[in-house]
Design a protein around this ligand. Structure first.
Ligand SMILES: Cc1cc2nc3c(=O)[nH]c(=O)nc-3n(C[C@H](O)[C@H](O)[C@H](O)COP(=O)(O)O)c2cc1C
Length: 342
């Protein structure tokens, strides 16, 4: 019996003798574990009737109206879920074929993934699959250990497999300029009470049983009392100057700061970049490297160009990642697969 909590999934429980439909339902537990902005989990899945494949839809009712009006981060998040789906289908079955945006009359239908016939057995992707259940966003300070050059190169290769570019920002003057833009982005966002209200709606006390959003422990708040007060503080005060300064310090001191960018800036590129993101996070996780996000200068549209110039980027920035070694992250909730089917 498979638990309804996607984090409890165990590969040894794969129903090898069941129908393809039931096998795909099992596999969707791995898709559900993908990261998403504010942990909105903005995805839905339709298992095709004979179990030949799965369609991925974005769930527009779960969008962030203020922080993500263009649905850019929604598609990045769905891209991460798509990568998990592809990895898991190939891990348990034959090679898959993915079609992005298969129906231009249906913009919420983001991808269709079909099982083929030939076994692939890609060892590198099997390693990524095994790390789906271990990956968590870690916002705590990182150890003062360098990330080896070979891993930096491999992370860039993983991003390139999905047509995206991962640029590492060297410590020093360039890093400080990027850090200043992170602080500036944070300050600008929190000036808007609607932005703070939306964020507060997705932050929950530690004891909450809500199956989406971010428990306050994900931001380092271990105390139950502090976690209960967190949404009220987020909503009621402009904390941007303080938080921006702290984020900038973290960015400047991180063992690695990387920016994921794409040649184009449209829905298909966002979906591809989400897949690249998940490849990078899973490959990093396999080496004990954790990540957190410092996307403020991408989310504030006016700062995007400045970020690209400050970091000498190719293409348009999509995400800013802080990478390093840490041991603190705990899983955040996920909705059960039954709630994701359409
Ligand atoms: C596209 C995208 C954007 C994100 N942006 C931020 C961000 O700006 N700040 C942040 O702290 N976390 C950010 N996150 C991390 C999510 O909050 C996190 O994935 C979610 O809460 C689920 O937690 P988990 O990654 O530990 O499973 C982002 C994640 C994604 C996929």
């Amino acid at each position: 019996m498979v638990s309804s909590d996607p984090w409890s999934i165990r590969e040894q429980d794969f129903p090898a003798d069941a129908t393809r439909w039931e096998q795909l339902r099992f596999i969707l537990h791995y898709a559900a574990l993908a990261p998403s902005s504010h942990n909105t989990q903005p995805w839905k899945f339709r298992i095709l009737h004979a179990g030949e494949g799965v369609e991925l839809y974005c769930d527009s009712t779960r969008g962030l109206r203020v922080a993500d009006p263009d649905r850019r981060e929604m598609l990045l998040s769905c891209g991460a879920a798509l990568l998990n789906l592809r990895l898991a289908m190939e891990y348990f079955g034959p090679r898959v074929y993915t079609t992005l945006m298969p129906d231009e009359d249906e913009p919420d239908l983001l991808a269709r993934v079909d099982w083929g016939y030939r076994a692939l057995g890609d060892a590198a992707d099997r390693l990524l699959f095994r790390n789906i259940v271990w990956r968590h966003t870690d916002r705590s300070p990182f150890q003062d250990w360098n990330i080896p050059q070979h891993l930096i190169t491999e992370l860039q290769q993983e991003a390139a497999k999905e047509g995206s570019i991962l640029t590492f920002v060297a410590a020093g003057e360039m890093r400080n300029r990027v850090a200043a833009l992170i602080a500036s982005g944070c300050e600008r966002q929190t000036e808007d009470p609607e932005f703070r209200r939306e964020l507060a709606d997705w932050v929950h006390p530690n004891w909450s049983e809500v199956e989406d959003g971010m428990p306050a422990y994900a931001f380092g708040m271990k105390s139950y009392v502090a976690s209960a007060v967190a949404p009220i503080v987020l909503r009621s005060f402009n904390w941007g100057k303080w938080a921006g300064r702290e984020m900038a310090e973290m960015a400047a001191a991180a063992p690695a700061l990387a920016i994921l960018s794409t040649a184009e800036d449209r829905p298909a590129a966002w979906l591809a970049a989400g897949q690249a993101l998940e490849r990078v996070l899973l490959r990093a996780c396999a080496e004990g490297v954790r990540a957190s996000f410092l996307n403020q200068p991408v989310q504030v549209q006016e700062l995007r160009g400045e970020l690209a110039a400050a970091a000498n980027l190719q293409g348009t920035p999509q995400l800013v990642l802080r990478l390093g070694y840490a041991f603190h992250a705990k899983a955040t909730p996920r909705r059960p697969v039954a709630a994701l089917l359409c």
